[in-house]
Design a binder for this molecule. Sequence first.
Ligand code: MV4
Length: 506
Amino acid sequence: MIKKILIANRGEIALRIIRSCKELQIQSVAVFSDIDRYAMHVRFADEAYPIGPAPSSESYLNMDKILEVARKSGADAIHPGYGFLSENAEFAEKVKAAGLIFIGPDPEAIRTMGDKITARKKMIASGVPVVPGTEQVISSEEEARRIIRETGLPVMLKASAGGGGKGMRLVYKEEDLMRALRAARSEAGTAFGNDAVYIERYIESPHHIEFQILGDQHGNYIHLGERECSVQRRHQKVIEESPSPLMTPELREEMGETAIAAARAVDYVGAGTIEFLVDDNLNYYFLEMNTRLQVEHPVTEMVVGIDLVKEQILIAQGEKLNYAQEDVCQKGHAVECRIYAEDPNKNFMPSPGKIRRLRKPHGPGVRVDDYVYEGYKIPIYYDPMISKLITYGANRKEAIQRMIRALNEYRIVGVKTSIPFLKKIMKNKHFQEELYNTHFIETYRKELFAKEHTPKEEEVEDLAAITALIQYLEDRKATIDETSAIPEFRSAWRDFGRKQAVLSRI
Ligand code: MV4
């Protein structure tokens, strides 16, 4: 039985994992960099230990330091979350060698799926459909030419060590192949220290649909249905939902079984995700497998009613799966919006800084997985995602209308966020009518980035409060940075009262 888990991560996912630990009555150990001393995961855990300076290379990626804290704290397992060391086979090996449980798959499964050419070979051998293309690393330019004559154009060149869009090149004409190949190789070599490149036929307007699977240490597997992740910007997911509007019960069963076959091929243990590209004719192709818990796992949790982090922990301590495939059913609909501290009007430049005022949405079917609080300073060192807003509804329409309502309730003052951009997507006719694929944002960029000239009702409310605040500060000859020094402003209630008073006068 696991009694104490070290969470080798920060931010919302560290909180998410600690919550499941608490429900399982397992002690939690946080680790933190110097700049994260006042971060929420540090306050939330039962114990917390410093692991070094702010840059993640010196803290959250420092394997030895994390293992030292595990030993010192008496943890018996490590949960890596997502990002950082979560898909690092060497770290999983070191955790095992230290006599600890790694909450995730075997290092060998991480390694196989991390190398995309090896993964493709493994999938082909297991009868999992992959995008037509190479089975081996491209060893010569002649070979590349021969392959494109077989698969046809256009093709995509991808780095074997890549994934998630890094080091990709799209080739439409044979005469561009050599230059693209050299560029892809050189980019991959610099970025990953591995210049192996492979070729896939280009799927023109695909959907990105991924299946969540769980596997235990006894060879049992189930899938928990799919997530539709086609709304992306520069290979960053923006919105995820489950179920996918494209899915049929028959296709779900078939792709679910294919996802399980993919997991079985690497003796996968724990929670994992099989990514597929799906074309307009509903042909589907294995893209890659993510051997970790994913950012968007909550949409699956909402529609199947299973706590994925809890299942990960129970699997890691050797228990058999708590569910058979026939126990799993998707009910209702869930949508997730990723909220970033970025300025959508300035090409999504990061907008780090202090959260001055924060009001989270509540009410029926609303879940907020975040880690920020009023007064918290968002550091520049890590991912700018500050919150995930998830809404659940009886059907897609209700989940979307709930999301619009929840986004309207959300107030974040002090940093710019992607909330206005997310509202535009949720209100977009093509999104609402299920007419979208991976090109959604670029296709409707005009509408999605249009500046609004008429303030919305909810914004008028804020404008009134802000006008009153500015006047108040001018009267006191103070600046916004000094508000925390003004005794009255230590009370959010007084602030709220002032706002009501202002509103009653307009
Ligand atoms: C593709 C593709 C079309 N054909 N591969 C982008 C991220 C990486 N995971 C794989 N990606 C793609 N691979 C073939 N053979 C189109 C994309 C792609 C994409 C995939 C999912 C979501 C958004 C995307 C946006 C552009 C391109």
